[in-house]
Structures are given as structure tokens and as C-alpha cells.
Write a protein that binds this ligand. Sequence first.
Ligand code: SAH
Length: 346
Amino acid sequence: MKELIDRLYEMEQLSREEWKMLLSHRSEETDQYARSLADEVRQKVYGNDIYVRGLIEFTNYCRNDCYYCGIRRSNKNAQRYRLTEDEILFCCQQGYELGFRTFVLQGGEDSYYTDDKMVGLIHKIKEKYPDCALTLSVGEKSEKTYSAYREAGADRYLLRHETADPAHYGKLHPDSMSCENRKNCLRVLKKLGFQTGAGFMVGSPYQTVDDLVEDFIFLKELNPEMVGIGPFIAHQDTPFREEKSGTLEDTLFYLALLRLMLPQVLLPATTALGTIHPKGRELGVKSGANVVMPNLSPVSVRKKYMLYDGKICTGDEAAECRHCLSRRMEMIGCRIVSDRGDYKSK
Ligand code: SAH
């Protein structure tokens, strides 16, 4: 297995069979090998700098019904909210004062936010904070809509593909959603010049090694600027309430493989990873991650943006999260920088 890891490090393409070998013959030793090599690559490309993104969860209304997600349309127990424009701008202001230079607007697919409203909001944020990057994560839209967002000044877009295998995709989503459409959205986003983020959940129900092989092959081909992966964690009010979570070990190994396969990629150590293990995010960074995404949403709505059970940091003010993460990163020899943290192309 070490040989395959070395070949990834040398930037060679692995075949489907080789990916399958690498992903199915796991051992403590090869895991550690991949993770320390990935840690080296992260340092070589990004030094000890860790980028922060201020996450603003601005609406939990959603027209979709993904089986894993706590804010799915059918969850009648979710208390729905949307932030006003002023509230969103206030989050940005607080974030700016705390040194954030990227804001991420994430939400459900909420038709209240028409193209006009989104464009207006993007303009306002970019006008007030011209030195900041703006990332959107609001799901699947038409090319026309993505293009309007881009023209208004949005810089980046996060849209996890969730799983690259159509049959697996069908087990996680209702028939109204399709793997092909999601992948196509990602291609459109790249074409429009967004720094684009794809990604998948680790250990989602029914995920097989073959599905993961497809994820890595899809990501290699798409070559996104960002990849978000984190463990699946059940939410009590979803059809997957009884399913078990993705593991720390798997997530760290896949983070490492992603760093080796896409050396420049912006790779977050996610909140979900921090939720399944108290040192999850630190371990993520030591396995190749170079981004953290603390929450800037008002504390009053934090608990309502529950994608999965047990989400951490839902009671903390933005400043607490920011300082807590600084300390955590310093403990492992890294430092959070006040920088847009753009993709470093070679
Ligand atoms: N509506 C936006 C944002 C989705 S929330 C979009 O469609 O892109 C962001 C991510 O949270 C999702 O892409 C999914 O991968 C992750 N997520 C949702 N439910 C989850 C769960 N139960 N466990 C872990 N991650 C989850």
C-alpha cells in the first residue's frame, strides 16, 4: 500500500483497481504513513498557515428532502428561520473585526432568496468588504443563477457532490434529485470561474469501497479548488436516525489521500469531524487539512441549523469560537491567519 501512497504523492493517476486496493487494505501503519506524508505536503504548500472561513448559516428553509439532513423539508420538528439582510451584514461586521477575510453564506435551498435578493446581498457584502472573499453554499441552481451570483461578485461556491456513484446517490436522496445534475452544477461553477468545492460524507449509509473509489476518481478529474469531507452523523428526525456515524480514522485517511492527490487543495477540518472526536479538527490538520470554518451565525439561531445530532459550538459566540480555534491550532504548531486564503495554483 505504501507504494500506492508514494505514487499519489508523485502525482500519478491510480486506476480503479489500485484505488480499490488502497481503500480496502487498510492498516494502522499505512494510515499513519499517508497522514504524515499529507501533513508534509500541506506544510510545503501552505506552511503553517491555517485559513479561517466565517460560516453564516443564513436560512434553514429547504425545498429538498435529503434523507440524511436535519433541515430536510419533511422534518416538521425543525424550527425554521431566515436571517435578515441586516443580521447577515452584522455577522460579517463581527467577523471582519475578528480577522475573518472570507465569509461563507450557507443555507438550505430557500426560494425566498430569489436571484434578485441574492444578487443584492452579494453586492452589499462585496461593497462593504472589498478585501474579503465571499463563498456561497446554497445548493443546485441554474447556470443563469450561478452566473448572476458570479457577476455580482461571489468568489467561491461549495457544493458537495455527496457521493459520485449514481446508485448510492439514489439511496441518500429522493428521486427528485440526481447525481448527474449535481455533478453538472459543479462543472458549470468551475466554468464560470468560481473557486469550487466538492466533497462527500464519510461513512454515509450504504457507502461501499466502490462508491469511494468513484469519489476519488471524480474529484481527481474535476480538480476542484476545495474539497469538503466530514463524517456522516445521524440526525434523530431523519430516516437515517438509527445509522451509525462515519469514523475518525476513515475521515483522517481520506483527508490525507485528498491532500496527496490534490496538493494545492483548500481542505477544511470540518465541524462534523470536531463533533465525533474532541481533537477531530486538530487531527484533521495533522492529516493534511488547512482550513477551519467556525460559525459566525447569531447564537440565537445556531441550534436551529442542525444538520446532524450533537453539533459542537452551537452555544458559543463567534469570538469564543475564533479564539478557541486559534489556541487549538497553536497547540499543533499552526496559526490562523487573517487572509482571504485563496487557492494557490502552481
Ligand atoms: N443546501 C446546501 C448546503 C448543505 S449543508 C447544499 O446543498 O450544498 C452542507 C453539507 O452538510 C452537505 O453538503 C452535507 O454533505 C453535510 N451534511 C448534511 N447532513 C449531514 C449529516 N447528517 N451528517 C454529516 N454531514 C451532513
